[in-house]
Design a binder for this molecule. Structure first.
Ligand code: CTP
Ligand code: MG
Length: 235
């Protein structure tokens, strides 16, 4: 079955506090989004739909030369106000319904081939698969007055990342229901499956390295990982 990746890059990056949306910030001379695209270009996916912000399509085509450099990018489309609007726009562009769709945050440039391959291997039997890592810190529920309510047992807590991979029809149906309800509580695709889907979602162990670049210190962490990869390739 065809494997389609949706790469999300339509956010504003407000927590990064820079004028440029974070996916276009250059690290070691290369915009973050291009690291992500390179990994997907070299992966087992057949096609990539890139979702960008209003007015950014020309920048991606002409300045970043994405269609020329990454042949698997077949469409560059405009996203929506919320992350789930951007995903929905991309899902609506897919005509071939018998496919697997992998949704990935463009702001996670350290995704690996191993994670992508493992996700596709798993979706063949489970239809709905996300990567995550066990939570390392103690997590507490805090009340409105800033007193601790309770501690959530850590053994049950996983931090969810992307990619998130689905049998297309099941995710699209769940998204249709969610949009119909005008549900604005959605923060990831697995949550759409939880609330509106017909199948449970399997978690497979990802990698702590697969960070989402969100705040300024994440740029330093990303740079450190790049340096590490560079050193590894020299040794
Ligand atoms: N995203 C998107 N469309 C939106 C919002 C987010 O495609 N309307 C994408 C972002 O570009 C990012 C991913 O979804 O790759 C994860 O979102 P997040 O880390 O929240 O990015 P931003 O929304 O850009 O950042 P912030 O929330 O700090 O504004
Ligand atoms: Mg956001």
């Amino acid at each position: 079955m065809k494997k389609i990746a949706i790469i999300l890059a339509a956010g504003k990056g407000s927590r990064m506090k820079q004028n440029t949306p974070k996916q276009y910030i250059c690290v070691e001379g290369t915009p973050i989004i291009l690291y992500t695209l390179k990994t997907f270009q070299e992966s087992i996916v057949d096609e990539i739909i890139l979702v960008v912000g209003e007015g950014e399509v020309a920048y991606c085509e002409q300045e970043l030369q994405i269609p020329q450099k990454y042949s698997k990018v077949t469409q560059i489309i405009v996203g929506g106000k919320e992350r789930y609007d951007s995903v929905y726009n991309a899902l609506s562009m897919i005509k071939d319904k018998q496919c697997y769709v992998m949704i990935h945050d463009g702001a996670r440039p350290l995704v690996s081939q191993e994670i992508i391959s493992k996700s596709f291997a798993e979706v063949a039997t489970n239809n709905s698969v996300v990567v995550g890592v066990p939570v390392k810190d103690t997590i507490k529920e805090v009340e409105a007055d800033m007193y601790i309510g309770k501690t959530i047992p850590r053994e049950q807590l996983w931090q969810i990342q992307t990619p998130q991979t689905f049998f297309y029809i099941l995710l699209k149906e769940a998204y249709e229901k969610m949009m119909e309800q005008k549900d604005n509580t959605i923060t990831d695709d697995a949550m759409v499956m939880e609330k509106y889907g017909v199948t449970k979602t399997k978690i497979i162990e990802g990698d702590y390295k697969n960070i989402k670049i969100t705040t300024p210190e994440d740029l330093i962490i990303f740079q450190a990982y790049l340096q590490m990869q560079h050193n590894d390739s020299i040794l």
